[in-house]
Design a protein around this ligand. Structure first.
Ligand code: COA
Length: 153
């Protein structure tokens, strides 16, 4: 297992991870390659996207770190980071998410971020537990979303 920065040629493998999450009913948002390119890889607000690559070259997950720009769609404070984590259900609970966040923290520090937001569906117990375990703390809740923040010291 290798964790490295994503490149454009990873778009198909990243899309497959999202499709696997949709098939496992862990995701309902888009999962196509166009979405991966627009929302992540070609997003001007992208700070860094890391992918977890298996020995056979397939991708088992990715973690994206975006900059919250003015009027961002996540309604996150301008200048904070915004994180998203997507691990294939076949590779869940193997420590990949934890290993990815160690890298993402380095990337966030190198960029000069002070805070990272994670917005999670209220019913997503795995997502909530994961970000709690990574040291995120709840700072805002709405009907459907729990927003957690990680402070970079
Ligand atoms: C949530 C998710 C990112 C976790 O990634 P992962 O690689 O499985 O997590 P890890 O194996 O690194 O787990 C690290 C810690 O997080 C917590 N955790 C992770 N998954 C958990 C679960 N299903 N239930 C309870 N705690 C969990 C645990 O404390 C775990 O440590 P432990 O295994 O030593 O107890 C992954 O399951 C996923 O991609 N889910 C679908 C998409 C999603 O919900 N993304 C996040 C919210 S947007």
């Amino acid at each position: 297992m290798l964790i490295r920065p994503a490149t454009h040629s990873d778009a198909e493998g990243m899309s497959l991870v999202l499709k696997q999450l949709v098939a496992a009913q862990k995701r309902s948002a888009p999962s196509d390659i166009g979405f991966i390119q627009e929302r992540y890889l070609d997003n001007p607000a992208l700070i860094k996207c890391m992918v977890a690559v298996n020995d056979d070259g397939t991708i088992s997950g990715f973690q994206v770190l975006l900059l919250a720009t003015e009027n961002n769609i996540y309604n996150v404070t301008f200048g904070w980071g915004v994180i998203g984590t997507h691990i294939s259900p076949a590779a869940a609970r193997l420590g990949i998410g934890k290993a990815m966040f160690a890298k993402t923290q380095e990337n966030a520090r190198a960029f000069g971020l002070t805070h990272i937001d994670a917005s999670i569906g209220k019913g997503n117990s795995a997502g909530l537990a994961y970000y709690d375990a990574m040291g995120f703390k709840t700072y805002r809740t709405s009907d459907a979303i729990v927003s957690k923040v990680f402070r970079i010291l």
